[in-house]
Design a protein around this ligand. Structure first.
Ligand SMILES: *Cc1c(COP(=O)(O)O)cnc(C)c1O
Length: 253
């Protein structure tokens, strides 16, 4: 029997924990997409996780995303052309980190979904650049569920301003708003993150009530290595997991 690699074992373990969290919340595990966050991954680990069937990859840094997407897409196409078994049906890159307006252009042709839209000016820039390449870009509105002082450094629009901004984004012809992204503060115990995810879910329900995004509104991107089970309990449809799969950073980032 072939010995499984450490990455294969970690992936199996994460998938099992996602399935357990879904069962506990009486949800279908197929509702939750695992996004493998490549921030701490070595290039060979990225190739390996694709061969293990993971087709959703997340990056938070524009330059790294651009470089890696070029290499990895080429690898994926080559393997697919050979009909290799076990590959995902699609490879999708998710931009999950803070995005400056002058960095929008290089990533647009590469990304499937931008999770970190949190201002009108950024949304307008994406809309404009998307028009130039004649694409409609999927975006999530990033909200900041941490109210009061100390909540600002992770990005995200304030909860009180979220609905208005969501309506504005929804009116842009080259953006497709498909949901929300939120990050909880770092907590010792994942259960402590739950109220923040619950808050994000409330905003999501409110957006639905206002019919923002129409039938496209279906994603709640929330939950990372330290708190994804709490996020699933509150309705996450995408979890963004890095260190549980790839380990800690190998080089300073
Ligand atoms: C790094 C990062 C993650 C993954 O974090 P881990 O704790 O390594 O799982 C998820 N989301 C965002 C926005 C990140 O920057």
């Amino acid at each position: 029997m072939v010995k499984r690699t450490q990455l294969a074992e970690r992936l199996e373990h994460v998938k099992q924990r996602i399935a357990d969290a879904c069962a506990k919340a009486r949800r279908d595990a197929r509702e939750v997409t695992l996004i493998a966050v490549t921030k701490t991954a070595a290039p060979e680990q990225i190739r390996e996780i694709i061969q293990l069937g993971v087709g959703d990859l997340g990056e938070s840094r524009v330059q790294v995303l651009t470089q890696r997407a070029a290499q990895v897409n080429e690898f994926f196409q080559r393997k697919s052309a050979f009909g290799e078994a076990g590959l995902p049906a699609h490879l999708r890159w998710h931009m999950i980190g803070r995005l400056q307006r002058n960095k929008v252009k290089p990533i647009l042709p590469l990304v499937s979904l931008i999770h970190s839209v949190d201002s009108l000016r950024l949304a307008e820039e994406i809309d404009e650049q998307a028009q130039r390449i004649e694409r409609r870009i999927g975006v999530l509105l990033q909200i900041n569920p941490v109210e009061g002082p100390g909540g600002g450094e992770r990005g995200g629009v304030a909860v009180g301003a979220a609905i208005h901004l969501a309506e504005q984004i929804d009116s842009m012809p080259h953006l497709q708003l498909t949901g929300l992204m939120a990050m909880a503060p770092i907590v010792a115990d994942a259960e402590q993150a739950r109220p923040y995810f619950a808050r994000a879910r409330e905003v999501f329900e409110e957006m639905k009530w206002h019919k923002i995004g129409g039938a496209h509104l279906r994603h709640l991107s929330m939950g990372m290595s330290g708190d994804f089970e709490a996020a699933i309990a509150e309705g996450a449809t995408m979890v963004r997991i890095g260190t549980l799969l790839f380990g800690e950073a190998k080089e300073p980032i």
